[in-house]
Design a protein around this ligand. Structure first.
Ligand SMILES: [Fe+2]
Length: 210
């Protein structure tokens, strides 16, 4: 859908029901998180339509969010992939991406570019996004923010927050991250890595942090 000049289409992929977002304007888009299989990529292609896909970005490096990264690399040749520097190790270390932890170790190609920390910005078409470093679910968890819209990965869900019982998870750290998110305007619509998306942050705030 196009709303206030931003194009956002959501897909739910994989047995882990990961939300993948195609986001941008009428000319250019990015993909947020890539759990897609080859067949799923056809749906993404349809969503991209005549727009230019300029990058794939990740909210964090747990396997359920990156497991289509190599298929995407093959399908979208030369489209760079971005992740926060603290989660890049999850592409190349099966214990870090949790596939080893769950007993079926898999590694992937490293990201092409890494975000260094908070406050970096980039443009997709006419839309400017800010990278907010929001650790707690993982060290390199980030949210992508543009006026009115926030993509929260597994940091903030409509019902609850991301798990902090995996390696590098930390309850106090995620609490700090969510407090930072809650400073954004109440009217901001937010789009998590799983479950319900498109709700207002103000409504979520009223439910409390945890
Ligand atoms: Fe996760």
């Amino acid at each position: 859908m196009i709303k206030d000049n931003i194009y956002i289409e959501a897909f739910v992929f994989s047995p882990y029901a990961v939300n993948t977002y195609i986001v941008g304007d009428n000319k250019e888009v990015m993909i947020i998180d890539m759990p897609a299989t080859k067949d799923d990529l056809m749906l993404i292609d349809k969503s991209i339509g005549g727009r230019t896909l300029s990058r794939i970005v990740y909210t964090h490096g747990h396997f359920d969010h990156i497991q289509g990264s190599d298929e995407a690399r093959e399908h979208y040749k030369n489209i760079p992939q971005y992740i926060h520097k603290k989660d890049n190790i999850m592409f190349t270390d099966a214990n870090e991406n949790l596939t080893g932890y769950f007993g079926d170790p898999i590694t992937y190609h490293s990201a092409d570019f890494m975000f260094k920390g908070s406050g970096e910005t980039f443009n997709i078409g006419s839309i400017k996004f800010e990278v907010m470093h929001t650790p707690g679910h993982s060290n390199g968890s980030v949210c992508y923010y543009t006026d009115g819209h926030l993509f929260t990965g597994d940091t903030l869900f409509y019902m609850g927050v991301g798990r902090t019982d995996f390696p590098h998870g930390d309850g106090n750290t995620i609490k700090n991250s969510i407090e930072k998110i809650f400073e954004l305007p109440d009217e901001t619509l937010f789009y998590p890595g799983h479950e319900k998306y498109g709700a207002m942050l103000g409504k979520r705030k009223s439910l409390g942090i945890m």
